[in-house]
Every structure is written in C-alpha cells, then in structure tokens.
Design a protein around this ligand. Sequence first.
Ligand code: AMP
Length: 118
Amino acid sequence: MTEEHKETIFSSIIRKEIPADIVYEDELVTAFRDINPRAPVHILIIPNKLIPTVNDVTEDDELTMGRLFSVAKLLAKKEGISENGYRLVVNCGSHARQEVYHLHMHLVGGNDIGPMIC
Ligand code: AMP
C-alpha cells in the first residue's frame, strides 16, 4: 500500500472494527450514517476497496462507481426522500475540503438543504 493509499477510519468501519450505523452492505460498497449529520438524512456510501479520491478511479472501478449510484437511489427510497429530492456529493481533494481520503458519496436530504452543505 502506497502512502497515497493509506487506510482511513472508513476501512475499519467496513471491517467492523469500529462501530458505525451501517445501513447497507454488499460485495462492492458499504453505507453508514454520517457521524456529523448536516441534514435529517445524511448517509455515506463508500467502495469497499480503498480508492482515496475520484482522481484514483480506474476503468476497473466502473461497476463499483455505478453501484454507489444504485445504492444511493435504493437508500433514498428506503429513507423516504426520493420524491422530494436529495443531493449526492463527492468531494475530491483539498480545494473541495475532502476530509477522509477514502472515496465516499454523501447522500443528504430530508428537508430543503439549501446550497453546499457537505
Ligand atoms: P468529506 O469532507 O467529504 O471527506 O466528508 C467526510 C465525512 O465523514 C464527514 O461528513 C464526517 O462527518 C464523516 N465521518 C468522519 N468520521 C466518521 C465516522 N467514524 N463515522 C461516520 N462518519 C464519519
């Protein structure tokens, strides 16, 4: 594992070494509630494979990247926010204020969330 591919707390969550409110998991992705929710629904959907940022995505990851969206859709429905809408956010790098270098999609909604909350 290179310095750029150093594990984060999210790898420990996937391996269930530390607690998290996991709402979905399969062979490609895991989803859990954000520890600091900025909306009534705030879930992080992450690849099980450590991909630090969008810059590190390769063609081999295309199935997993697609799964992030299909799980977002599934969870939005389950959480009852499909109809009124929600936002999907993926921050990449320092200018986007990415905090955890394990690619993740924020699923946020549940009220009118206004501009730029993640
Ligand atoms: P980002 O700024 O896009 O890197 O977002 C990282 C997100 O991870 C933030 O919304 C944090 O609240 C969230 N987060 C950090 N640690 C944990 C954790 N242990 N469990 C759940 N969410 C976390």
